[in-house]
Write a protein that binds this ligand. Sequence first.
Ligand code: ZN
Ligand code: ZN
Length: 264
Amino acid sequence: MIKYNLHTHSFYCGHGKGTMEEYARAGFENGLEILGFSEHLPFPDGRLSSSRMDYSEKKDYERDVLVEKERYEGKMKVCLSWECDYFPDMDGYYQQLKEETDYLIVGTHFLQKDGGYQSLFSSKYKLTKEDLKCYADSTIKAISSGYFDFLAHPDVFFLNYENFDSEAKAVSIAILDAAEDVGIPIEANGNGLVRPSRFPRPGYPLLEFWQLARERKITFVRNTDAHVVENLTKSIPMLEEFASRVGIKYAYPVSFNPLSFKTE
Ligand SMILES: [Zn+2]
Ligand SMILES: [Zn+2]
């Protein structure tokens, strides 16, 4: 299996560290054959600006990735991507990005509620049963839009929702059914295995969610979602161990723009 990571952040997002040059060097030294940079997408109107680069930095980020792409030409494939939050009023923007990048990731990071945004990652917030429905609705809308190549951390809501109760199971099934219908791959995310958890289990990926996923015809990918250079490949063995516990096999990328995967 090709050693790859398609989901990588950097200092650009403001809550990550490390330059593209540092990640690319670490990736190459750790034997990655494919390294994809996927910063949180900035929006021209500045929405969600507290969790990402300013829109004015978009070109700098793209240039930094292209420098590494050239540096490792023939040795390691370096890809340009974005991790996108989905807003239906931005359809033209995603269409443009599809043409500028190797692939696009989608992930839900915020709940739109009370006229504002609630982060799913806040350590001060526990999700309610209503929030779960809101998460599932926006995630299903996002994957059904057709702009994105895979869904990042589909089970991220378990970071701040403790039990796999009937509500959690129902929204898990809704998301997985939609992913199967749409034909979009889903990601087992290594950042959830290395980040602190408020529960006596990793925040995500959640075993019960992936046991349901295993029963469906869905392509599974695994990425580290590194926000610091030391984590670029650190969670890969943990993700492999997770897959054998669930009883699934991950796919690996075989072509870009459009991104396609193969499972051995
Ligand atoms: Zn994410
Ligand atoms: Zn990410």
